[in-house]
Design a protein around this ligand. Structure first.
Ligand code: ZN
Length: 108
């Protein structure tokens, strides 16, 4: 352990004599920057992966369990998750029907 410390200190002194103290300051600055940037990078990657997972996650309209988009069927009850899309289109149609009803009431 002591030998290692001595060799490291010697290498450190040699590097200081070769590159100067400013180089080390900049190196330490860069290292600190990296230490700050790496967690940020990991966080951003996690956020991106989380968002992609969120888009893949589907909720079953039969039982309400959340399943990943890999399966087309619900993991709990086995209902088709792709039916959810067609029902979504139907739910989009429903407001137009209601507006038609409202118009009919207005005519009366
Ligand atoms: Zn289900």
């Amino acid at each position: 352990m002591n030998k290692n410390l001595v060799t490291y200190s010697i290498i450190f002194l040699i590097f200081i004599s070769l590159f100067g103290f400013n180089f080390f300051l900049s190196l330490i600055g860069n290292l600190l920057l990296l230490i700050f940037l790496i967690p940020l990078l990991i966080l951003s990657v996690l956020l991106i992966s989380f968002n992609s997972l969120k888009s893949k996650v589907k909720t079953c309209n039969q039982c309400g369990t959340i399943t990943l988009g890999i399966n087309n069927n619900c993991m709990n009850c086995g209902a088709d998750l792709e039916n959810k899309n067609s029902e979504g289109i139907e739910s989009l149609k429903k407001p137009s029907e209601t507006t038609i009803e409202v118009k009919a009431e207005e005519i009366k």
